[in-house]
Design a protein around this ligand. Structure first.
Ligand SMILES: Nc1ncnc2c1ncn2[C@@H]1O[C@H](COP(=O)(O)OP(=O)(O)OP(=O)(O)O)[C@@H](O)[C@H]1O
Length: 309
């Protein structure tokens, strides 16, 4: 049942297995995610993490092997028509006919939508007014991606699912798409976005979830996700040995390193002290092996005990 407090998207304990018997492969292994109205969740993940497998269940294109998905309280398979009506989807690959113009493409799409936005309004939203009479095959990659978005916006979606919406776009086009997505979110749409661009997540996301090997291994605001990752201090001693320390307390560790160097008269080269970034967090997670029988844990942090000598 949808009331105003029902999340736009609620995924609980989602599992998805490909194949059966000996060759069965569990690509999604117990995923929990919530996207509230008026917020954007960026789902990041390593290749093969299970993002697309998760999105397909939300879109009602595939059934879950376990767990549940609710779109405004609706089951995307059992209540497909109603869930689809409220959802706009931009897939990684679009299937437009190159011979149709932008306007013809949108008019054709609009015919499949209940109470669509006027094509002229959608075209203005995505900045394609000057291209309405252009054939799809003559559009640039960025314009085509904006046409994908335009199609998703025809039905005034309350939940937008964007699968790598800016892949292949130049920086200017990416910024335009960001602005559009931000505006839609600010007007109350919930957005689930997958991306391989970490700066896109930093720029747009209210919440970030990082998926690895079928599980969500980190989730929260950017500060929360990055805050779980240790800071690092790196230096090279005169004998050429480089040391990297991981620490929860950057200031204290750096002070210890510098005090040690001063006391021993050692000149450190390449001294570098930094807080974790989304990139270092992601890379640490990507380096964690897939484990089939134990729950995925946070990326390992080295034991710092005695690390500063
Ligand atoms: N039809 C299928 N049959 C068997 N295995 C599959 C099938 N589709 C996907 N997989 C496997 O499931 C895992 C998750 O794939 P999925 O496409 O969901 O990952 P992803 O996070 O979207 O990856 P990427 O970032 O590379 O697009 C991968 O190991 C993939 O090989």
């Amino acid at each position: 049942m949808d009331n105003h407090t029902t999340p736009a998207l609620e995924i609980r304990g989602l599992r998805r297995t490909y194949g059966t018997g000996e060759s069965a492969y569990e690509a999604v292994r117990g995923v929990d995610l919530t996207v509230e109205r008026g917020t954007l969740l960026a789902l990041l993940g390593t290749n093969g993490a299970g993002k697309t497998s998760t999105m397909e269940v939300v879109e009602g294109l595939a059934a879950a092997s376990g767990g549940s998905v609710r779109v405004f309280g609706l089951d995307p398979v059992a209540d497909r028509a109603e869930a689809r009506r409220r959802t706009g989807v931009v897939l990684q690959v679009s299937g437009f006919s190159g011979d149709l113009t932008v306007a013809e493409t949108l008019e054709m799409e609009a015919a499949t939508v209940t109470d669509p936005r006027p094509v002229s309004e959608v075209v203005a939203l995505v900045d394609l007014e000057h291209r309405v009479d252009t054939k799809v095959l003559s559009l640039s990659g960025g314009e085509r991606r904006r046409l994908d978005l335009a199609c998703a916006l025809l039905g005034k979606p309350e939940l937008l699912m964007l699968d790598e919406p800016t892949t292949g776009l130049d920086p200017e086009s990416r910024r335009r798409v960001w602005e559009l997505v931000r505006n839609l979110r600010d007007e109350g749409a919930a957005v689930l976005l997958t991306t391989h661009y970490l700066d896109e997540a930093e720029e747009l996301a209210d919440q970030i979830a990082i998926m690895h090997a079928g599980r969500i291994v980190r989730e929260g605001t950017l500060a929360e996700v990055v805050g779980q990752q240790p800071s690092t201090v790196r230096y090279t001693t005169p004998d050429g040995e480089t040391t990297t320390l991981e620490t929860e307390d950057l200031q204290t560790t750096l002070t210890e390193v510098l005090t040690w160097a001063a006391e021993h008269g050692v000149r450190l080269s390449g001294l570098d002290a930094r807080h974790a970034s989304l990139e270092s967090t992601f890379l640490a997670i990507a380096g964690t092996p897939r484990s089939d029988d134990t729950p995925a844990t946070d990326a390992s942090t080295d034991d710092l005990e005695g690390a500063v000598r």
